[in-house]
Design a protein around this ligand. Structure first.
Ligand code: T4K
Length: 406
């Protein structure tokens, strides 16, 4: 049914009825075969083996290794701990070059262990680390580069590998968004010295909470495995500094369940992305970030760069108006890590070298997708955007006149 929002007053933000009677989230979890999951949970309960390298974790690790074409997969409780462990295992110390346009966990994983995140600007076309600036930021204290495959699009891997090699730096990747994606026909997971995936509930492939560290380096894998389990090399035998990064059995059962449906999840995301692409192309100021169709992609983020027309509704106006309609659009990763605490206070000069990060972050609008979002939902949502942008300066004026939110 076509959306009926002919007047400003029909927008929910201005008193109308919301277009959706349920919330549409960015990252509402996908759920695979519920019966299969329940069966695995029953088995876990019967076995009385709930964590510590149980059957499901071992099965998930080997299934992921085969899927990703990588030698070692170490399942972890979440990607943040995974990043901390991998960073420490390499080891990275002193300064590490990292983008600011990322989820704050990337920066926290460094700062948490007293490593300085040196924020680097992005290529505005790809939203990924700019290798030219990476090289300019290298100092005597630099020990590594932590690239982030933002939105599942691969970093400029070859250029970063070349820089890392020439300067003797460790290179690893935060692949939190990039499960199921490839670069030059090779699955992400085998690049750099290690990569870290997130299987958080909001990721298209989830294990409730969870993640995995992947590497082709045998010695590094052994060390990471030890560090994930307090450094234990057997009962009562600790041979390394460690933490508790283990994935639980129930999380691994969910991971195995997700893995059985991964192709279907991607197909839904792809179809939604295609529908968004067709509809958003007609909306002035909206540019949908494209994925490389020649590679494998998970299409889990619908990333729009919105440039407001003079006097027209701003990006934040659209977000506010969408939320009122029950479309929980996000501004990932505004305002950039460098503008969040403690980074803003610790590294006040970083902003000066991040103009492209700042500019892109002001334009980003992330829209809902996943199995909880139908093609019809995408069309209704795009009808809403057509209406909102179409109201132009009148919408801006009405929103500006609203009382400040409590
Ligand atoms: N590196 C990068 C580049 C990352 O993007 C992330 C995580 C990490 C590292 C760290 O990975 P983990 O340690 O988390 O494994 C969310 C996620 O919490 C976070 O995992 C993710 N990136 C980030 C991009 O998004 P928030 O704080 O923006 O949103 P959250 O978790 O409250 O959920 C978003 C929306 O999804 C909610 O409004 C409601 C909906 N939702 C959420 C959950 C948890 C559901 O419908 N069901 C749910 O179970 O961070």
């Amino acid at each position: 049914m076509p959306l009926n929002k002919p007047t400003l007053d029909s927008l929910a933000l201005l008193g109308g009825v919301p277009a959706f009677d349920r919330k549409l989230h960015v990252g509402q979890p996908n759920l695979g075969d519920r019966a299969y999951f329940m069966q695995r949970v029953e088995r876990i309960l019967d076995s009385r083996w709930f964590t510590n390298n149980g059957e499901c974790v071992r099965e998930l690790e080997s299934a992921l290794a085969a899927y990703l074409g990588v030698k070692h997969v170490i399942a972890v409780c979440n990607a943040t701990i995974g990043l901390e462990i991998a960073i420490r295992a390499l080891p990275m110390e002193g300064e590490v070059i990292v983008p600011s346009l990322t989820f704050v966990a990337t920066a926290h994983a460094l700062q948490w262990q007293q490593i300085t995140p040196v924020f680097c600007d992005i290529d505005p076309a790809t939203h990924l680390l700019d290798p030219l600036q990476v090289e300019r930021l290298i100092t005597d204290r630099t020990t590594g580069i932590l690239g982030v495959h933002v939105w599942g699009r691969p970093c400029a891997v070859d250029a970063l590998e070349d820089i890392a090699q020439r300067h003797g730096l460790h290179l690893m990747f935060d692949a939190a968004h990039a499960f199921g994606c490839s670069h030059r026909g090779r699955m992400i997971g085998g690049f750099g010295r290690a990569e870290v995936f997130s299987f958080h509930a909001t990721k298209f492939f989830n294990s409730f909470e969870g993640g995995a560290i992947t590497t082709n380096d045998d010695a590094l894998a052994t060390q990471i495995r030890l560090m994930t389990n307090f450094g234990f090399a057997g009962y009562d035998k600790v041979i390394h500094i460690g933490t508790n990064g283990k994935m639980s059995e129930v999380a691994a059962a969910m991971g195995l369940t997700s893995l059985r449906s991964v192709d279907e999840f991607v197909a839904v995301n792809r179809r939604n992305h295609q529908a968004y692409r067709e509809r958003l192309a007609a909306i002035p100021g909206m540019a949908l970030l494209a994925y490389d169709e020649a590679e494998r992609c998970n299409y889990q983020y619908v990333v729009v760069e919105y440039s407001a027309a003079p006097g027209g509704p701003t990006r934040d106006d659209l977000v506010n108006a969408l939320w009122a309609e029950n479309v929980m659009a996000r501004k990932y990763f505004w305002p950039g890590c460098h503008r969040m605490e403690p980074y803003r206070t610790l590294y006040p000069r970083a902003a000066a070298r991040l103009p492209r990060t700042d500019a892109v972050a002001e334009r980003l609008l992330i829209l809902p997708t996943g199995t909880g979002v139908s093609q019809a939902d995408v069309h209704t949502l795009c009808d809403l955007l057509v209406a909102m942008v179409g109201f132009g300066p009148r919408l801006r004026e009405r929103i500006a006149a609203l009382p400040p939110a409590a």
